[in-house]
Design a protein around this ligand. Sequence first.
Ligand code: CP
Ligand code: NVA
Length: 295
Amino acid sequence: MPNFLDIKDLAKDQLDQIISVAQEWKLKGSSNFLEKKNILMIFEKPSLRTRVSFEVGISQLGGTVTNLNSLDFKFGKRESIFDTAKVLERYVDMIIIRSFDHLILKEFASIVNVPVINALTDFSHPCQVAADLLTLKEAHGSLIDKKISWFGDCNNVTQSWIEASVLYDFRLFVACPKNVSPGDETLRWIKEKQGDVTFTDDVCLAAENSDCILTDTWVSMGENINKSIEKFKPFQVNEKLISLASKKAIFMHCLPAHRNFEVTPEVLEGSKSVVFEEAENRLHVQKSIIKYCFS
Ligand code: CP
Ligand code: NVA
């Protein structure tokens, strides 16, 4: 059975299918194919959208949920990851995990004999970007020939957008401070895949005629809160920046948002913002991701 750990693990037609099924279920409702299935959700970090949308989605699909949070459980703390995996696969049919270290998630997924979904790690956030792709498709009618522009930090959401951009042949511009980058492994991967990804500190170059303006927090969960945010200020998404984008451009933010830091209230609540549609789409897409994992 397939896992859903990273966008780059999927073929384009698999992701297309996940998005199409989500779009259809959003309009017509879904089936309850999860009847008699128990799904475990392990959240070692806080969550509002991901946790609630998965829990509600699983219930709409007819399944049941068991939750473990950071107070109950930490990978590798009481016993080995191997023993945890071998026990849990005997109780549940699928495991959804939000954790810190991506390598631990991958190790766990390689041992456990039920599908695993990545609900965010320090490295990537594929469920978020799958929902963003649905939102982009709804707004523009298709995912073909798009310019996508990211501003601010290079984080887990950026990583999944980089992977999606390579899959869909988007022109991705990542506008970030000079010493901020997704890491050598990702830079090598982009080169190997001949991805059209431009890293720049020129916010105008990134925003001009863009179809989609994206940003996220400058300090992600689990990062050092003393991280200097001064260098990110020129990368704030404000109305001046948005005015450079194409007429039909949308603004997306995975939320939670920090008004007057990475985005101004005028943009977040403005006419180009689709952030709440994007948040709703988490529900539809995650149900579809669950279906993919049981296929
Ligand atoms: N966007 C997102 O993943 O939100 P939560 O952290 O609230 O789940
Ligand atoms: N980059 C953010 C995303 C939150 C949904 C974080 O990891 O905190």
